[in-house]
Ligand binder design. Structure first.
Ligand code: GLP
Length: 249
């Protein structure tokens, strides 16, 4: 695991955009995993601007979303589909057929999870994955639990996650309780992982992920075992990581 500490959210997002631009230049058909949530929003905006200026070309990129809520229509303003559409897909020249998302309205959710794993397998696994981190150290919607779940699966969201995500809903009680998430296997099999975290609300989660035990109770800690995981942090998110460790990494 490598740490990159930037002064602020703007620098963090710029650096993240640089890396993704580079990776797409190296491999135009990059299989790119993307997280919803607020942390990568400026990154997505920057990628959109770069694409419009002709500095990056998404025409062959395949994207895979990390997670979706169960029970929200893709058109629902709170659905991750809609948010990814508005914040990334509509801003870059991605082909529709290259967009992969779970269907949170599927009648047979188990079959939908299996279909998604097959789709990731069919492209040979992900090349690059953008991750955020929950305040409870979740990645995707892999919530703290007694075990790591390998495959794409159904998750009952923890109270901490529902509370954190209630900010996106007019009525907090409308925050969904269930989601589908990519599992730890696809995350760990990805060639390169970039976890982004910004702000003091993530300090504790980042500390657990970087310095704590590797445990499913802090799912992001599993990235300590990843061969090519980079944590892109601003100063506030990194503030509990000891200085020696920052130098070392
Ligand atoms: C959400 C999503 C994650 C996201 C995380 C952090 O619930 N399932 O994919 O990375 O929580 O979100 P944010 O960046 O808004 O803090």
């Amino acid at each position: 695991m490598k740490l990159k500490i930037m002064n602020n959210y703007e620098e963090l997002s710029e650096e993240a955009a640089n890396i993704i631009t580079e990776r797409i230049k190296e491999k135009p058909s990059l299989a790119l995993g993307v997280a919803a949530g607020s942390t990568p929003l400026l990154l997505y905006k920057k990628l959109g601007e770069r694409c419009q200026r002709g500095e990056v070309d998404f025409s062959c990129v395949r994207v895979f979303c990390l997670d979706v809520y169960i029970g929200l229509l893709p058109t629902d303003p709170h659905s991750f589909r809609r948010s990814m559409e508005e914040n990334l897909f509509s801003r870059v020249n991605l082909k529709k057929e290259h967009i992969n998302l779970m269907d949170g309205m599927a009648v047979d959710i188990a079959a939908e999870c299996a279909r998604y794993d097959d789709a990731v397998k069919a492209v040979g696994g992900l090349d690059f994955l953008v991750l955020g981190i929950g305040t409870n150290a979740h990645i995707g919607f892999n919530e703290p639990d007694e075990v790591f779940v390998a495959d794409t699966h159904v998750v009952e969201l923890s109270e901490a996650t529902r509370t954190a995500n209630a900010r996106f809903f007019e009525n907090p009680d409308d925050t969904p309780s269930w989601a589908i998430s990519m599992g730890i296997k696809d995350i760990m099999m990805t060639s390169e992982v970039m976890l982004m975290a910004s702000g003091a609300s993530k300090t504790e989660a980042v500390y657990k992920a970087v310095c704590g035990d590797i445990t499913p109770f802090a799912p992001a800690s599993v990235l300590q075992l990843h061969r090519n995981a980079h944590f892109y942090l601003d100063k506030a998110a990194a503030s509990r990581i000891p200085e020696e460790l920052i130098k070392e990494k």
